[in-house]
Write a new protein. Structure first.
Lengths: 183, 122
């Protein structure tokens, strides 16, 4: 994957495919500690204890459409090559969490990339799932919950063009403000 | 210009809610962007964003966009499936943002299947 935001999209989709209707994504960029941490928590079916040690094995998957399961193994490889690590925890029936850490200034660390694109793809692609996004850069924070947007537009679905335009503006403005503060 | 009253606003709200709930339940066209790991790595996110930007420009309310996982055709990702009521679903292959815009404008809006990018009928 060329961007960390693509890993986030992929891991969040794993949770949704496991029946999650709520996904929380957190990105923490602590420049002073030279650390970038990505946390993705869902309330899906979770991973059975006997399978959890296999989740980073690229030749292991529970799906039947193909014989490889690359999502988490690619994220783990990306984290390890940047002096980081990845941890997967799960409570069967209650959900799963994935925490990946990277050395922020590592030369091999992929950029976070188009986080707005990732969020819009998730929210529009899975309109029935509630997403919470929190992005912290040092002391600046951007937070967004799809439930707030849905409340703002009451009965209108997120696929409605007016809702989509508002959502896109909120996400893009929030991330832009974060970047401005960072600079 | 006359000022809007609370009653006017309530009527607008009721009318909009009625229209939107109808069109949400009665979508006659479904566009599925396949976003498994393989699709994402091949550019499915750009395809989805191009599609959403086209949707935002257009006022058609009977189109539903969904994401789904890998359909098993990893080598032809990004894949997009267009389902129009009463017609066979068409799977498009090796999509990018430009192809998505073309498929949206020609197939989704006008009903012209873009055979150059089509992989299969389902």
């Amino acid at each position: 994957m060329k961007e960390l935001s693509l890993h986030i999209l992929d891991v969040a989709e794993n949770g949704i495919n496991a029946g999650a209707d709520r996904v929380r994504i957190t990105v923490e960029e602590a420049r002073n500690d030279n650390r970038l941490r990505i946390i993705i928590v869902d309330n899906g079916r979770g991973i059975p204890p006997d399978l959890i040690q296999n989740v980073t094995d690229p030749f292991y998957t529970t799906r039947t459409t193909r014989r490889v399961g690359l999502g988490l193994s690619l994220l783990e490889a990306a984290a390890r090559q940047c002096n980081g690590s990845m941890r997967v925890d799960s409570m069967p029936g209650k959900g799963a969490s994935v925490i990946a850490e990277f050395a922020h200034d590592h030369i091999d660390r992929a950029p976070l990339g188009d986080m707005a694109g990732t969020l819009i793809s998730l929210i529009m692609g899975y309109p029935d799932v509630e997403f919470e996004y929190s992005h912290l850069v040092n002391t600046s924070r951007f937070e967004m919950k799809t439930i707030d947007i849905k409340n703002m537009f009451e009965d209108r679905p997120v696929s409605d063009p007016a809702v989509f335009r508002k959502l896109r503006q909120i996400i893009q403005d929030g991330l832009k403000r974060l970047k401005t503060n960072e600079d | 210009m006359a000022r809007l009253t609370i009653d006017d606003l309530k009527k607008v709200k009721e009318k909009t809610a009625k229209e939107t709930s109808l069109r949400y339940g009665n979508a006659s066209i479904k566009v599925t962007v396949h976003m498994g790991t393989c699709g994402i790595a091949a550019g499915a996110r750009d395809v989805m964003n191009a599609l959403m930007n086209e949707m935002a420009e257009d006022d058609r309310q009977d189109i539903r966009v969904v994401a789904s996982g890998c359909m098993g055709m990893c080598s032809s990702e990004p894949n997009v499936t267009i389902e129009v009521d009463g017609e066979e679903p068409i799977v498009y292959q090796l999509m990018d943002a430009n192809k998505m815009r073309q498929v949206f404008k020609r197939h989704v809006l006008l009903g012209e299947v873009q055979t150059d990018f089509a992989l299969a009928k389902m």
